[in-house]
Design a protein around this ligand. Structure first.
Ligand SMILES: [Ca+2]
Length: 223
């Protein structure tokens, strides 16, 4: 497993995302990689397992800037799901439980109404998922996303049925000529980037459901 990036570099990557590919990009273009991949991390993490991680900036800037904060997303304020996190219009939760892709997807469906493995549609949200897994399992960041290759076509889809409008593959991925690798994970070789892997491989996973699936307008402050 690759070492993790420094906390500061990680937060910087999340807070200053590169431009995503145009939304007009269709599944048929799934062969191309989106944007420039992150450089391989070179240093281990300095701080882990806190709700809000603070990294002190060293050097001459230390006296001029406040501590660098890299907070988790907000808690999902939905009754019964406050241990899930808000990521866009979804509530998201990480599960430290090794399952193959299909079992992970069905596990998600059982966790909440309308839940599936998580789909990703922006660099910002990709970064938020990375923060979550970094908090809950900093020593094993690989986890299943909900992406899968559709019948060896080289076209990818999400298990929640949302449009494939964003992708951040690790350099050299996806392995579209390897039929054994059809399911999408994050953090294999490059932190925050994706790889297609054997769907039977067992990995941790992240589930998501649309907040308005459970939450009716005006009922957010149920707790
Ligand atoms: Ca692959």
């Amino acid at each position: 497993m690759q070492p993790l990036p420094s906390q500061r570099a990680f937060c910087k990557a999340v807070n200053t995302p590169p431009s995503p590919p145009p939304r007009s990009q269709g599944p048929h273009e799934a062969y191309s990689r989106a944007g420039g991949p992150l450089k391989a991390p070179t240093s281990p993490p300095t701080t882990t397992s806190t709700t809000t991680t603070t990294t002190t900036i060293q050097g001459p800037l230390a006296a001029k800037r406040p501590p660098y904060r890299c907070p988790l997303p907000e808690s999902c304020n939905v009754y019964g799901f406050t241990d899930w996190y808000k990521v866009g219009k979804h509530c998201v939760k990480y599960f430290n439980n090794y399952l193959n892709f299909t079992d992970a997807e069905f596990s998600c469906r059982a966790k909440a109404p309308g839940a599936h493995l998580v789909s990703v549609h922006s660099e910002e949200h990709n970064g938020l998922l990375l923060r979550i897994v970094k908090k809950f399992n900093p020593n094993d960041l690989r986890f299943w996303l909900g992406g899968f290759e559709f019948f060896e076509t080289g076209k990818f889809s999400w298990t929640d049925g949302s449009f494939w409008d964003f992708q951040v593959w690790t350099r050299g991925e996806p392995s579209i000529y390897t039929s054994a690798e059809e399911c999408v994970e994050m953090n294999w070789k490059e932190i925050g980037r994706w790889n297609d892997d054997d769907c039977y491989a067992k990995k941790n996973y992240m589930c998501a459901f649309k907040r308005n699936t459970i939450l009716k307008p005006g009922s957010e402050k149920m707790e």
